[in-house]
Write a protein that binds this ligand. Structure first.
Ligand code: EPS
Length: 393
C-alpha cells in the first residue's frame, strides 16, 4: 500500500509531500519529478503565477544515488514569492496580519472554514484550501507513475470539455504515444479544431473577468487484472478512484468508463461481451464501456475515468453577493489573483491521483519489498492468469 501526506499553504514558505510504502530499488530522477510538475503548470487560462512559479524541488529523504531505499520519501517544493512578498503576511511567528480578509468568496471554503475553525481572517482558510497543494500531489504521483511503469502501466489524460465546448468527435482512446501532442496543445486537447474553440471560450470569459470549468478523462493502459476487490465496500477500486478524483479541489463529479451514458441504455447495450482467443489463450472484449472495472476490480482493459471541475470560485471581477463577516454588510467578495480556468492542469493532477491508487493497489496485490520482487510476483500472476482456477498451483 502507498500512502502520502501533503503539508503547506499556497503562499507559505513551501509545500512538503511524504510518500510512504514505495519498495526499494525504484529508479527516480529529480528531472522526472520536475517534468511532471512542469506539465501541471501548462494550460491556456492560468493566472500570472504559473508563469514565474518554478516548483523548485529538493529531494529530502528516501532516495540514494537515484534509487528508492524503501523508506519514506519527503520532497520539498518551495514557493518562489515567499521572500519577496509573503514572508511577513504568512509568518509562523507571533504577530498580526497587515490585512484581514472578511469578505468571503461564494463557492470557496472561506466562509464555512471561518465558521468551523473560528477564524476572523479568510486567509486562515484559503491558504490551505488553494489548489496550489496539487503540486505536492503531482510530485507524489510522479513516484507512483515510475512504479507503475515497472509493471507496464502508463497513465495519461486529456481535456474533454472546457466551459460549454465539448470534445464530441469520435476520437480513438489516446495512448502514451499521443501524450506529447496533448501536452503541446494549449488546452491539452487531442483535436486542434476543438482546441481553437476552447481557447476562444477562455478568451471570452477572461475578457469579462469570469472563470470556466470543464472535464478531463484519465486513461490507464496496461493495468493488471484484479486490482481492487468485490469483497468490501472500501476495497472496490472504482470507489477509491472516485474518492481520489473527487478530493481534487473544485471537482464536482466523477464517472468511470461510460458511467453516465450507460444509465440511459438497456442492459443488453450497456456491458462488455466476453470472448476467448484460442491462439493467444486469452479472454478479450471488443468494447470497454465499463472503463476497465467490473465488480470493483480492474479487468485489464484500459481504465477510464472522467472528472468534472466547477468554474473556479475566485473571479477576476467578483460579482456574486457576499456578507462582510465583521460589519454584516452586503458586499462583493475580496479579489484574489486567480486563473480563468485550471482544467488543463487538473488533468495532470487527476493522472497523479489515479496513478497513486493504482500503484497502491498493485502493491497490495503483488507485494514486494523491492521493485524486483514486485515485478517477479506480477510476472508469476500473469503466467497463470488464463488457466482455470483448479489448474493454478
Ligand atoms: C489558486 C490561486 C492562484 C493559482 C493557484 C491556485 O494562486 P495565486 O493566488 O498565488 O495567484 O495560481 O495555483 C497555483 C499556485 C498552482 O501551483 O497551481 C487557488 O486559489 O486555488
Amino acid at each position: 500500500m502507498l500512502r502520502f501526506l501533503t503539508a503547506g499553504e499556497s503562499h507559505g514558505k513551501g509545500l512538503v509531500v511524504v510518500v510512504e510504502g514505495l519498495p526499494a530499488g525504484l529508479a527516480i530522477t529529480e528531472a522526472e519529478i520536475q517534468g511532471e510538475l512542469a506539465r501541471r503548470r501548462l494550460g491556456y487560462g492560468r493566472g500570472p503565477r504559473m508563469r514565474f512559479e518554478a516548483d523548485a524541488i529538493t529531494l529530502l529523504t528516501g532516495i540514494r544515488h537515484g534509487r528508492t531505499l524503501g523508506s519514506p520519501i519527503a520532497i520539498e517544493i518551495l514557493n518562489s514569492e515567499w521572500e519577496k512578498k509573503w514572508e511577513e503576511e504568512m509568518s509562523p511567528h507571533p504577530g498580526t496580519p497587515s490585512k484581514v480578509l472578511t469578505q468571503p468568496r461564494p463557492g470557496h471554503a472561506d466562509l464555512t472554514g471561518m465558521l468551523k475553525y473560528g477564524f476572523e481572517d479568510a486567509r486562515d482558510v484559503l491558504e490551505r484550501a488553494s489548489a496550489r497543494e496539487t503540486a505536492a500531489r503531482v510530485a507524489a504521483g510522479s513516484l507512483a507513475k515510475a512504479l507503475l511503469a515497472q509493471l507496464g502501466v502508463e497513465v495519461l489524460s486529456h481535456v474533454t470539455q472546457l466551459g460549454s465546448v465539448e470534445l464530441t468527435l469520435d476520437v480513438p482512446l489516446p495512448t502514451g504515444r499521443d501524450l506529447e501532442r496533448i501536452d503541446e496543445s494549449s488546452v491539452r486537447c487531442v483535436s486542434s479544431e476543438v482546441e481553437a474553440l476552447m481557447v476562444a471560450e477562455i478568451k471570452a470569459a477572461a475578457k469579462v473577468g469570469d472563470s470556466l470549468g470543464g472535464a478531463c478523462e484519465v486513461i490507464a493502459h496496461g493495468v493488471p487484472v484484479g486490482l481492487g476487490s468485490h469483497v468490501h465496500w472500501d476495497r472496490r477500486i472504482d470507489g477509491m478512484i472516485a474518492q481520489a478524483l473527487m478530493s481534487i479541489q473544485a471537482i464536482k463529479a466523477v464517472a468511470i468508463g461510460d458511467g453516465v451514458e450507460v444509465s440511459h441504455r438497456r442492459g443488453s447495450e450497456a456491458h462488455d461481451a466476453i470472448y476467448w482467443n484460442e491462439d493467444s489463450g486469452e479472454y478479450y472484449r471488443t468494447t470497454d464501456r465499463a472503463g476497465g472495472i467490473e465488480g470493483g476490480m480492474t479487468t485489464g482493459a484500459p481504465l477510464t475515468a472522467t472528472a468534472w471541475m466547477k468554474p473556479l470560485a475566485s473571479l477576476n471581477r467578483p460579482t456574486l453577493a457576499t456578507v462582510d463577516t465583521k460589519s454584516k454588510e452586503s458586499v462583493v467578495s475580496f479579489k484574489e489573483r486567480t486563473d480563468v480556468t485550471a482544467v488543463p492542469a487538473m488533468g495532470v493532477v487527476a493522472e497523479s491521483m489515479v496513478a497513486i491508487v493504482l500503484a497502491s493497489e498493485s502493491l497490495r496485490k503483488f507485494g514486494g519489498d523491492s521493485v524486483a520482487e514486485l515485478v517477479r510476483n506480477h510476472e508469476s500472476f500473469k503466467k497463470h492468469l488464463h488457466e482455470t482456477p483448479s489448474a493454478i498451483s
